[in-house]
Design a protein around this ligand. Sequence first.
Ligand code: LLP
Length: 425
Amino acid sequence: PASTTEPHPGELAVGGVPLAELADRFGTPVYVLDEAEVRDRCRTYLHAFPDAEVLYAAKAFLCRAMVHWIEEEGLGLDVCSAGELELAVTTGFPPERMVRHGNAKSPRDLETALRLGVGRIVIDSPSEIARLAAAVGHGGHQKVMVRVVPGVSAGAHEKIRTGTDDQKFGLSIADGHAQHAIARILDQPQLELTGLHCHLGSQITTVKPYLAAVRRVVGLMARLHGQHGLVLPELDLGGGHGIAYRPGEPALDLTELSRRVRAELHEACAAAGLPVPRLTIEPGRAIAGPAGIALYHVLAVKRTGARTFVAVDGGMSDNPRPALYGVRYAPRPIGRRTTTERTPVTVVGRHCEAGDTLATDVELPADVRPGDLLAVPVAGAYHLSMASTYNLVGRPPVAAVRDGHARLLVRRESLDDIRSRDVGL
Ligand code: LLP
């Protein structure tokens, strides 16, 4: 991450606190979050998109402190479960600044969203329309958007591509499902359709797919205008902004994204004779990801014929991303340096399967040994939020650093926490 400093060789610090000190104090594995970096990234978005609504996608990482930071920085929240919604509301986040997503919302989910007063609910399927209208009730009122599928392929991995027709999210523009659903929504007086939403996928590093999405969605807005005289005030382009996980990797250029999306939007709307809708964006990864670092201790070093395995005290339970999406990380050794010689290693976890890999073919000091500390940068998004208790390993804590001080935000999950759920015999 941009804010790490190296006061002495090998003594990496974040937020003014040496990583070795954090490992000592909180134990490993631990996620460290740089508060200033999170806040800076929020400000970068507000600066790059001055007239847009910026919603932080809570699924990337959420805890009460994060809710506070997002609130204070003036962003809204994209939530996709009753859990995210309740955590934010009970921490004092204004519900009207939230958008509720989800492709399979239960009647209870909808009731919770309505009871807590969430700003907009994004309709993702035909099944949801009548259910939501009934939950709102006659005489009630709820703002909604519709998630449409623009037919644009983007995203770093098949499992995180959501802009094409053959996947579970949204309603297709190409085969008419979106138009059909919208006509039904317009028949429900208690639902106010404020705009269209699309989310192309995640870890997208070029602007082009967003421009294609703008054209397709504005095309649909033009048809809706023709058919129903509808003028929608809002266009939500979702998130997906890609970041660099390793030095030298490309990241999406936010200034360029903003400039070109706005230009495309103005042009497409002018051609269609429509007023320009207000833009909403939903970055998650690009706000939280680079602000987080995961720390591990090396437990075992094993040299086989083909390679050297360095096994750490965490793994796929705290970071399933290499196993799921083949993501490559760049772990760094912290502290002790006795040699400048490097050796290629594979960093693996402690779990009982061969695919439990954190980093393949990375260079570490040739004398790497048990007890060494490793830092994995860019661990702030989709790490804790996707962590599991595989092999009954408790999930790691989260510590925040700021101005040379560290504090615990989320404690480590203990064996008692895990055991306490086991209530049968
Ligand atoms: N909006 C919607 C409707 C989404 O579904 C998502 C992510 C976002 C915004 C935020 O996308 P972001 O800016 O963070 O890329 N677990 C995967 C990522 C899944 C993303 C799911 N939806 C990973 O670890 O890469």
